[in-house]
Design a binder for this molecule. Structure first.
Ligand SMILES: [Zn+2]
Ligand SMILES: [Zn+2]
Length: 289
């Protein structure tokens, strides 16, 4: 754990925060508050002193260690709440009932779905008041419908969770993910001009934040270009484009990764169709115009 500002602790996750682990942020105040529980057993030392756990979104890698915080009250954005409260809601948001789901649980190193009891649902503009620190909820959808960031105004510090500035780029592999919302959320972060950006899967970023956010968004454009290039070579179905592994370089023989790729490619195709850049034939072939 590393105190990045007075009373604000960056809890680095196992394996430098690489999926399926995710960094947490611990905030000290009249009540102590933890954002996300994906960091690892290191969280054990916070278990007894944490009154509130705030979840940035419903993804399993951000709540792996929820069970350590039995005595804390949990909250999440209302749009993502179904994804942690019931398996049915998790399937509805993630689409994972459409694949061999065992491979997914292995991927996140969890046995299966365990529900989280949510005490309070928050929304854009809500505050958590810890006395000396106030934390403002920033609804930053796209990755998931209820994905949120958290602004600590006193330090102009934002925890942006899975707007994570990794080289992989934005991830929108659930049917409920939204490409346009993701773009808008990245732009909103740029407008907010934080002095320190902390994410779920990278080290804290203090320099060239704007540039890095722009480069992160540009990965979406790169995927668009790769798809257009492939379709210019030859028209293809969604399944054929998915097999080209434009987004994931490898699927490791895992149906679940192939599924995420297909969902992401589909979102690009919808956006390119809407933009009049490609068209679709009656036999489901996509053609570049
Ligand atoms: Zn996520
Ligand atoms: Zn994550």
């Amino acid at each position: 754990m590393n105190e990045v500002r007075e009373g604000v602790w960056f809890v680095e996750a196992i394996n430098k925060g690489r999926y399926p682990y995710a960094n947490s942020l611990y905030l000290e105040g009249e009540e102590n508050l933890l954002i996300d529980t994906g960091a690892g057993p290191v969280l054990e030392e916070l278990a007894d002193k944490t009154e509130q756990v705030v979840l940035s979104h419903y993804h399993r890698d951000h709540l792996t260690f929820n069970h350590l915080f039995d005595g804390a009250s949990f909250s999440i954005h209302r749009d993502d709440a179904p994804g942690v409260e019931s398996l049915e809601g998790f399937y509805r948001l993630s689409g994972l009932n459409q694949v061999e789901v065992e491979a997914f649980w292995k991927l996140v190193r969890q046995v299966d779905f365990s529900p989280t009891r949510i005490k309070c649902y928050f929304d854009e503009g809500d505050y958590f008041d810890l006395g000396r620190l106030k934390i403002k909820v920033l609804h930053l959808p796209g990755h998931t419908p209820g994905h949120c960031g958290f602004l600590i105004e006193k330090y102009n510090l934002i925890f942006a969770s899975d707007i994570d500035l990794t080289g992989f780029g934005p991830w929108y592999g659930n049917p409920s993910s939204d490409l346009n919302h993701f773009r808008a959320s990245i732009r909103r972060l740029r407008e907010l001009k934080p002095d320190l950006l902390i994410t779920g899967h990278s080290m804290p970023i203090a320099k060239n934040i704007d540039q890095k956010l722009a480069a992160y968004e540009a990965v979406i454009d790169k995927h668009d270009q790769a798809i257009i290039k492939a379709l210019k070579k030859e028209p293809a179905t969604l399944r054929q484009l998915t097999a080209k592994k434009i987004i994931y370089r490898q699927h490791q023989g895992l149906e679940v990764l192939r599924f995420f790729e297909e969902v992401m490619i589909r979102k690009h195709l919808e956006s390119l169709l809407n933009g009049g850049i490609i068209t679709k034939t009656e036999d489901e072939l996509y053609v570049a115009l």
